[in-house]
Ligand binder design. Structure first.
Ligand code: MOS
Length: 743
């Protein structure tokens, strides 16, 4: 029997995607579909005094211009605008009133027969503002930052810094070697390929079918129902394909509100597609100033860690994650102390962006560890090994599995780390200085409650459905692999349905929690299907499985087979035919019973090689090895793609990416992918991904952890450390650009 889990199965949605058969949110059509174009605020803070849409309305083909002055009713409470992933505060309400909270805020929607007409007319809408003083610079408000209260638990509460342990002050005073440094990560944006879009189909009778780009169809469904006071059965949200989102689609975004508003106002189908420029006010990785101080004993063991972070949030919501706790989690240190402060600025609220908090925090920690290794005259990898911890340091508990040691070993071996000469500027290739750097990565292996429905037909085909998204990570494919193995059917016999709010319950796809959760859900629901089949089989005359209990049989090769004696078997098709049953349907809601006794994390070790032109300071990233421990790998091909994508993003974080705000206007200056630099093919060279063996007997029955996020964590640090090794120059603010190397 062929099994699918652990194989490099190709994406089952691959053909649909490359042939264009897969429809994205902006590609659905309806008779008489109208098109909306968004007018955005020129100022960062103040009020709208007057909106003059008369010129826009005179354009032939323009149907209406909606603003806070003439829109249909919307909910009035903060609660109505909150969503499953909203931070504390008062969520932004699109087109709600005359208040301007950030530059680029949507303030009107021009609706027309054609998108080009809408866009042209949008440029004719005249707006008068009452401008107020704004602040967008984290450094300008640093002294007014609000401190967050620490909480006792980590990572169970990912929303606050944990309590300190020991006494860092005493430990630092006694330390033989200390390192303190301040590290900076700028605002960064997700920049998914697919633009945010919502096509709202007016079904008549006030019912709506909404094709929206989102990471959570049910989250958007509930949000639309509460914002517009609609009945759950009158709204269906679909997002069968998502062209990348990386966290920007966790919360409902404003395009869906605007499209629904227009559809309800005009009783017609409406599509709203954002421009690339408008995508820069959907949320971002918050700018983060971090101070880390480390104290080491003689032998290179860590005794004190302090990690203080200052991050930005909007004026109306408090967005933060436990940025600093990764430091105390990762390495053995008897003393640790954390601090986190928030600076409120007149920008939109930040949002989760691939490995939120860890991508920024572990960058700082791992650069600081590199600097400590230099101070200790110790190989950076050796320092990590001396500080290695087999227990979750924050909660003093074991891991369900932690194969980070294997990551270090296999990664170092594949990279050739032992050939590194320790002195900076000591390795070169002609005019280029060679630098080798390494870093550790860590992320959580979370699981969430999830519902799965399986419908098995008498012809041996099964449909497996769940309201989760596939944000490009390969969810369709791994669901089919797991279902095929659990039902004992070929993968071709499995159909996957997802991205539809009417399907069994799923939270947003994010946090790397869907692969483990949905796989577990499929396995559990398949148990019920198997039990149903066994009941039918036991009714057959002379059943070869007579007397067998549900746990004594398995599904394999299209048959129900005795585990004790594989010659005792009966085909699924026969069981169902003889039982007179056309279909077996089961649906289970699976929750993850976590007693908190074990920590669940994924880890990685990243090794990077840079070559730096000695005269010009141009940095080329020539090689990366990323060795990852993420439990059982369901699909080695899609998993490798996830990690490779994370590494490429880490290259961007280290060397290219930075959202530049003109603080005098409070506006993003480089709101396009020409000036917001991301790695291109010429920047990406040899990336090797290794998955180390990491059996995990307790995390879930299949031993699966997620790996969407872990790929990016630590990459920027490994590259920054390589740049130091090449040049002897330590740049502590990202991105490391040519000018900073010359400073
Ligand atoms: Mo995840 S923050 O949705 O990349």
């Amino acid at each position: 029997m062929q099994t699918y889990i652990g194989t490099p199965a190709s994406r089952i949605d691959g053909r649909a995607k490359v042939t264009g058969e897969a429809q994205y949110s902006a590609e659905f059509n309806a008779p008489g579909l109208l098109h909306g174009s968004v007018v955005t605020s020129r100022i960062a803070k103040g009020r709208i005094l007057r909106i003059d849409a008369s010129d826009a309305l005179r354009v032939e083909g323009v149907i209406d211009v909606l603003s806070h002055e003439n829109r249909p009713p919307m909910a009035k409470t903060d609660r109505a605008y909150s969503d499953a992933t909203a931070p504390k505060g008062s969520a932004f309400r699109p087109l709600y009133n005359d208040r301007i909270l950030f530059s680029g805020q949507p303030i009107a929607l021009v609706v027309a027969e054609e998108p080009e007409i809408a866009r042209c007319a949008a440029s004719l809408v005249r707006v008068e503002y009452g401008e107020e003083a704004h602040v967008t610079d984290i450094f300008g408000r640093r002294d007014q930052a609000i401190a967050l209260e620490p909480t006792a638990k980590f990572p169970d509460s990912i929303f606050a810094p944990p309590k300190p342990r020991g006494s860092v002050e005493t430990a630092l005073a006694a330390a033989k070697v200390r390192h303190a440094g301040e590290y900076y990560v700028p605002i960064e944006h997700h920049n998914p390929m697919e633009l945010y879009a919502s096509t709202v189909i007016w079904e008549g009778g006030g019912k709506l079918t909404i094709h929206d780009k989102t990471q959570g169809v049910q989250n958007v469904h509930d949000y639309v129902c509460s914002v517009f006071g609609m009945k759950p059965e009158d709204v269906r949200v679909m997002s069968a394909y998502v062209g990348g989102a990386f966290g920007s689609g966790l919360r409902p975004q404003y395009e869906v509100v605007l499209a629904v508003l227009a559809a309800r106002a005009l009783k017609r189908s409406v599509r709203v597609v954002l421009t690339r420029q408008q995508m820069y006010v959907l949320g971002y990785r918050p700018a983060m100033i971090q101070r880390i101080e480390l104290g080491a004993r003689d032998g290179g063991t860590l005794d004190a860690i302090t990690h203080d972070a200052v991050t930005v949030t909007s004026q109306y919501e408090e967005y933060y994650r436990q940025e600093t706790a990764w430091s105390g989690l990762l390495y053995t240190s008897a003393n640790a102390k954390y601090g986190h402060k928030l600076v409120k600025v007149d920008l939109c609220t930040p949002c989760d962006m691939r490995a939120p908090s860890a991508a920024s925090a572990v960058y700082a920690l791992e650069c600081a560890m590199d600097e400590l290794a230099v101070a200790l005259k110790l190989d950076p990898l050796e320092l990590r090994l001396r500080c290695y911890s087999d227990r979750d340091q924050n909660n003093n508990r074991p891991y369900s599995s932690k194969s980070l040691r294997a990551c270090y070993q296999e990664g170092a071996e594949a990279f050739g780390w032992d050939r590194r000469s320790p002195e900076p500027r000591s390795m070169r290739d002609g005019r280029e200085l060679i630098g080798w750097g390494m870093a550790t990565g860590v992320w959580e292996a979370l699981q969430v409650p999830i519902g799965v429905r399986i419908v098995l037909s008498a012809n041996g085909h099964a449909e497996v459905s769940c309201a989760t998204s596939d944000i490009g990570t390969g969810t369709y494919t791994i669901m089919a692999q797991v279902a095929a193995d659990m039902l004992g059917l070929p993968m071709e016999n499995i159909t996957i349905k997802l991205g539809d709010s009417t399907l069994p319950q799923s939270p947003v796809e994010g946090g790397s929690w869907i692969a483990a959760s949905v796989s577990n859900g499929i396995a559990t629901t398949a148990d019920e299907v198997r039990a149903d089949l066994l009941r039918l089989a036991n009714q057959m005359p002379n059943s070869p499985l007579a007397g067998a209990g549900p746990d004594e049989v398995a599904l394999a090769d299209g048959k129900l087979v005795s585990k004790v004696d594989t010659s005792r078997a009966v085909s699924i098709v026969d069981v169902m035919r003889q039982g007179g049953v056309n279909r077996i349907e089961e649906e289970k809601l699976v929750t993850f019973a976590d007693d908190g006794s074990k920590a669940h994390n994924t880890h990685s070790a990243i090794f990077a090689e840079v070559k730096v032109d000695e005269d010009l300071g141009v940095i080329r990233l020539t090689r990366v090895v990323s060795a990852v421990a993420a439990g059982r790998i369901v699909n080695t091909k899609t998993a490798q793609s996830q990690i490779m994508g994370g590494v490429v993003w880490g290259i961007g974080m280290a060397l290219h990416e930075e959202t530049l705000v003109d603080h005098s206007f409070g506006r993003v200056m480089n709101a396009n992918i020409a000036e917001y630099h991301v790695p291109v093919n010429a920047d990406v060279h040899d990336i090797k991904v290794i998955f180390v063996d990491e059996p995990d007997a307790t995390i879930n029955r299949l031993g699966i952890k997620g790996l969407g996020e872990i790929g990016i964590v630590g990459v920027a640090a490994a590259i920054a450390n390589a740049v130091y090794h090449a040049t002897g120059k330590r740049v502590r603010d990202l991105p490391i650009t040519v000018d900073k190397l010359q400073r």
